[in-house]
Ligand binder design. Structure first.
Ligand SMILES: Nc1ncnc2c1ncn2[C@@H]1O[C@H](COP(=O)(O)OP(=O)(O)OP(=O)(O)O)[C@@H](O)[C@H]1O
Ligand SMILES: [Mg+2]
Length: 116
């Protein structure tokens, strides 16, 4: 956990945020069956005109939640589909493929975004 002091407050559904965070952490755990490092980081992020335009968001103050792992990551074909509903590379019965899709919807509804 890497937490910043003085994080700005955010208007967000706490339960949905927790669900999204949990899914990101479980995904990271699943990606590292032989172990590795999972990092959850929070920080304040000020998006100026240019940064906001690049992300298709209004310029504003945002809270960043960054979840990363030490697996090799996703190949481009998987990254391109990872947010699709029901897309999963897990074996049948081991995942619905809805985790990232729900996190995506939640981020957009909250006036923010999620990206890989
Ligand atoms: N941290 C990660 N490292 C590598 N691949 C990932 C990671 N997170 C997600 N993926 C890929 O994206 C796919 C979709 O993730 P998503 O969370 O939507 O579904 P899932 O984890 O497979 O199933 P569920 O979330 O319903 O348990 C995963 O099956 C996996 O292939
Ligand atoms: Mg998942």
């Amino acid at each position: 956990m890497v937490g910043a002091w003085g994080l700005w407050p955010a208007l967000v559904d706490a339960n949905q945020l927790e669900n999204a965070r949990l899914n990101l952490c479980i995904n990271a755990r699943d990606a590292m069956p032989d172990g590795g490092r999972l990092t959850v980081e929070t920080s304040n992020k000020w998006l100026d005109d240019r940064g906001a335009r690049e992300r298709d968001l209004p310029p504003d103050q945002y809270l960043l939640l960054d979840v990363s792992d030490t697996d090799s990551g996703m190949i481009a074909e998987i990254a391109a589909r990872a947010f699709d509903p029901f897309f999963t590379t897990n074996p049948l019965g081991a995942g619905t493929g809805l985790g990232l899709s729900m996190a995506y919807g939640f981020a957009r509804r909250s006036g923010s975004l999620i990206r890989i």
